[in-house]
Design a binder for this molecule. Structure first.
Ligand code: ADP
Length: 629
């Protein structure tokens, strides 16, 4: 035992047991206190470290609004180091260096500042947290999301405030962009569904007037797409279906002067897809690939680059896997990394654009079709009127002339009969007059025929060849026509081959069918040698009646056989016989229209230098059609 130990023993020996217990307890408590103080200091240190390390700005105020604590994040946010004394002012007396505004950018009155609201007892958290825009002392404009709560003393009185602020500038910008993009996409989708004010492309607009509507749609699409993609310039080009000519439709992102120049250049340099662009690039577009062009690399670096563009993103626009155009966009000279979201968005925009343009094209086509139909209806109306006037104006004088000629001929015949025989000179004069009258009558007949043909053609053009169909006998029609032509061409051998006494019932306009037989027969007589025979046949073939007229005339080549049914077509080198008038090449065209309107067919078999057989078929009348008559 050393000296010290012996002293303690001595001291303790001097105390009563109570005193000893007290002293032990006190030492233990003192030790505890020291431990607690150490721990507290550690804890405060930890808290301060956390406080400082927090990414959100935290500011603690006392009951009068004086600053107690402010972490680094808050200082960084507010640029506080540039104005150290700011919080020495009373809260409501502080000058307003921050130009505090609400999220719409409207100035915020001092009473509405988040700190003062909290000091009045409001808790701002979650949905009630406030967005404010401030301009910091170091000149930045930032948007802060501020939350906060009052600090209360034991009696519940407000004794301070804790405010927490977070920089949401970037997030809000992105949210705003996403919102705008969504609106723009919605507007585009709406265009795709409804079309741009359908009324703009009204039915009475002509194609040339409707064209600007397509450009207008494209322009608004381009503006929307520019907003969606947030790029600097954007253009839409369509590809014309057949020749694949590139048609720029819209450009956005240029100054008015640049835009004027751009359009002038586009108009000057009209080009085709294959000629204008690199073959590999075209191939990729056709494969519906989005292509990024580096304008610093060949072949693109050879092109003029007036706006100093670095890269161009070209997105194909396709309809049913068919390339109908493309959308080009750029972010100017800045390096831009295209994210996969941006590429997907560009594709979506291109798809929508293609749909909208396709829709516009269809609407325009419909409008044009309607316009055409209206025009056609009008033309038909005018044509009806014309036909009425024409028949009257042309036929009436001809009928009158013909009537006068016939009357003159009749009188002449009477007069010639009443003349005493032997007056040869007068007889001769009168015969001459008679010949002249005959010629005049023939000419009037020719005129009449031409007028009829022209009117028939006009009627066929407007589907106005009216038929009076009724049950009739084709054998009788053919026989009658042959008889008529025989009497007018007494020297010509016309053979008729038909089953005697057998009716060939058809449901038809007898006069029009007679016109066809007459036309075939007249042509056969007109175009074959005067001494050659002409043969007319009529037979039944199953449910059809078949009529043919055969001649031994010049015959027709295959291509002539095809073309003789066209309006105004006359075969070269086919000479008419004397006594027949010149035709206009309308007869066969009319024949075909008449027969087809009776559900029949026409045709010709011919060999050059041998002769021709013109034929037509007609359906035989059903028993009920016969009965209907
Ligand atoms: P056209 O009034 O000129 O006879 P068509 O329409 O009846 O008009 O005939 C058209 C053309 O077809 C005639 O101009 C003629 O060249 C040719 N053609 C018509 N019938 C015959 C025929 N039987 N033989 C040879 N050519 C014919």
């Amino acid at each position: 035992m050393d000296v010290c130990d012996s002293e303690n023993v001595l001291e303790e020996a001097m105390f009563t047991p109570e005193r000893l217990t007290y002293m032990t307890e006190r030492r233990r408590l003192e030790q505890l206190l020291r431990d607690s103080e150490r721990k507290l200091a550690e804890r405060v240190g930890q808290l301060e470290a956390i406080f400082e390390a927090m990414v959100d700005g935290v500011i603690v105020f006392d009951g009068q609004g004086y600053l107690l604590h402010m972490n680094t994040a808050a200082r960084d946010l507010l640029g506080q180091d540039t104005q150290p004394n700011y919080f020495l002012h009373l809260a409501h007396e502080r000058p307003s260096p921050y130009e505090v505004r609400d999220e719409q950018g409207q100035p915020l009155f001092v009473e509405q500042w988040p700190l003062l609201r909290v000091m009045r007892g409001e808790v701002l958290t979650g949905a009630t947290a406030v967005d404010v825009i401030i301009r910091t002392r170091d000149g930045r404009e930032i948007q802060l999301n501020v939350s906060g709560a009052p600090v209360r003393d034991q009696d519940g009185r407000i004794d301070g405030a804790v405010m927490v602020m977070r920089d949401v500038t970037e997030r809000r910008r992105q949210e705003q962009h996403a919102k705008e993009a969504l609106h723009a996409l919605l507007a585009m989708a709406q265009l795709a569904v409804q079309g741009p004010e359908e009324a703009k492309i009204s039915v009475d607009e002509t194609a040339s007037q409707a064209e600007p509507a397509a450009q207008e749609i494209a322009q608004s699409l381009a503006e929307l797409a520019l907003r969606v993609l947030g790029c600097q310039r954007l253009s839409i080009t369509t590809i014309e279906p057949e020749m694949e000519i590139l048609r720029p439709l819209a450009i956005v992102g240029l100054s008015p002067e640049q835009e004027r120049q751009w359009w002038a250049e586009q108009r000057q340099n009209e080009s085709r897809l294959a000629d204008a662009l690199d073959p590999l690039f075209v191939q990729r577009l056709r494969a519906n690939e989005v292509v990024l062009l580096d304008l610093a690399k060949p072949p693109w670096n050879a092109l003029p680059n007036p706006y100093g563009i670095r890269t161009v993103l070209v997105t194909p626009m396709s309809i049913r896997e068919h390339l109908v155009g493309f959308l080009s966009l750029d972010y100017g000279g800045a390096e831009h990394i295209y994210t996969s979201e941006e590429l997907a968005l560009a594709e979506a925009v291109a798809k929508l654009t293609a749909l909208v343009i396709e829709r516009g094209r269809l609407v325009q086509e419909r409008a044009e079709a309607q316009a055409r139909e209206i025009a056609l209806r009008e033309t038909k109306g005018q044509m009806d009127e014309f036909l009425g006037i024409a028949s009257h104006e042309l036929r009436t004088p001809l009928t009158t002339i013909k009537g006068n000629i016939q009357l003159a001929k009749l009188r002449l015949t009477h007069y010639m009969h009443s003349l005493s025989l032997g007056d040869d000179e007068i007889q001769e004069n009168l015969t001459e007059i008679q010949t002249m009258l005959d010629r005049a009558e023939r000419q009037v007949n020719v005129q009449n025929r031409l007028v009829s043909d022209l009117l028939d053609i006009s009627r066929i053009e407007v589907d106005k060849l009216e038929l009076r169909k009724e049950p009739c006998d084709l054998a009788a029609i053919v026989l009658e026509t042959v008889e008529d032509l025989r009497s007018a061409n007494l020297t010509r051998p016309i053979h008729l081959e038909l089953a005697q006494y057998e009716m060939v019932p058809i449901f038809a306009d007898a006069e029009r069918i007679g016109q066809v037989v007459s036309n075939y027969l007249t042509n056969a007589l007109k175009y074959s040698p005067a001494d050659s025979p002409v043969e007319v046949r009529l037979k039944k073939e199953g449910k059809l009646a078949y009529v043919s007229v055969r001649d031994e005339g010049p015959g027709l080549t295959l291509s002539e056989q095809e073309r003789i049914w066209e309006r105004f077509y006359r075969a070269q080198g086919v000479e008419r016989q004397r006594g027949f008038s010149l035709g206009l090449g309308l007869g066969l065209h009319i024949c075909r229209a008449i027969i087809e309107q009776h559900e029949g067919n026409v045709g010709v078999e011919s060999t050059k230098g041998v002769g021709s057989t013109f034929w037509f078929t007609l359906p035989l009348a059903e028993p009920n059609e016969q009965a209907a008559g």
